[in-house]
Design a protein around this ligand. Sequence first.
Ligand code: DAH
Length: 341
Amino acid sequence: MLDKIKELKAEIEAAQLENKEKLEAFRLRFISRKSIIGDLMGEIRNVAAEQRKDVGQGLNMLKNLATGKFKEAAEELDNLNNNINEAQPDLTLPDVPNQLGTIHPISQTRDKIVSIFQRIGFNVADGPEIEDDWHNFTALNFPPNHPAREMQDTFFISKNPDKVLRTHTSNVQIRMMENQEPPFRSIMPGRVFRNEAISARAHCIFHQIEGLYVNENVSFQDLKNTLYYFAKEMFGSNTKIRLRPSYFPFTEPSAEMDIYWGLKTEADRKITKGTGWLEILGCGMVDPNVLANCNIDPEKYTGFAFGMGIERITMLKHKIEDIRLFFENDVRFLRQFSTIG
Ligand code: DAH
C-alpha cells in the first residue's frame, strides 16, 4: 500500500493540467467520490494494524496534494480564459472613426505648383514677411510717390526704420538678386498682406508664388513656354493659354496670362465675365532697372518673372466661392480636401 501511495504521489506531481479535459480527468482520478484515493481509503481497514497510521497519513497527504494542485490549475485556466475573452475584439461594434488630419488646400496647391516648377529645374527660396520699402517697392522700380504703389494697399509698420508687411512675394526676387550671382531659376512661395476690406473675394492675408529666371539670353519665348508647361501640368494637358499686355513696374514688357475655362455653364459665364477666359497670373521680362538696382549687368543678363495667387488658383480648381473659408479652419471644410483615400 505504501508503495502504491508513493507511485500515486509521483503521478500527481507529474500531471500536466493545461486544459479543461485534463483537469476533469485529474479530478475524476484523484478527487471525486469514486477516485482512486477514495477507493484506497475504503481499504484501510484491510491494512495491517501497524501500517495503518502511515497509510492513513499517506492517503491524506495524497488527497491534499491532489486538491491543491487541482485548485491551482483550475484558477490558472480560468484566468487564461478571461484574458482570451478580453483580447477577442467584438466584431459587431461600429468602427472607430479615423481622426487623421488633412493637408490644408492652400498647402496642397502650393506643393503642387512647387513640384511642377521643380521638375524643370527651379529651386525654392523664401524671404521675410516684414520688409523694408527698398525690397518691397523701390528696388522693384516703384518710384517714390508713384501711383503704382497705390495698386497695393500697404500695411505700414514703422517709418523709421521703414517697415511694411510685404504686399507681394516679389521682394524675394530682389533679395536673391542682391545676394547671389546669376543664373537664377527660383520659385518663391509665401504669405503676403494687403490692407483690404475682407469679403468673399478679397482677404488681407493671402499667398503668392513668385517665379524668377535670370540668365544670358532669356527671351519672352522662354517665359511663354515655361508658363504654357505650367498651365498644362496644373489644369490639364488640353489647357489653352493667352497672354494679354499689362503693366507692372518691375517688368517690361508685362503681361497677364489667362487660361481658357470655357462657357458651358451659367457659372462659367459668371466667373469668366462672359469671355470664357480666366486670369491666372502676372508676368513679364525683368525690367533692366530692377537688374541694375541689384547690381546685375542688364547688358549681359535678361530674365523673366511671374507671380500668382495661390488662393485664386485653389478657388478655381475646387470651385470655392468664398476666400474666407481658407482662414476659418472649420474642419468640415478642411476634411473635404483629404489627400488620403
Ligand atoms: N507682384 C505682383 C502682384 O502682387 C504679381 C507679379 C506680376 C509678380 C508680374 C511678378 C510679375 O513677378 O512679373 O500683383
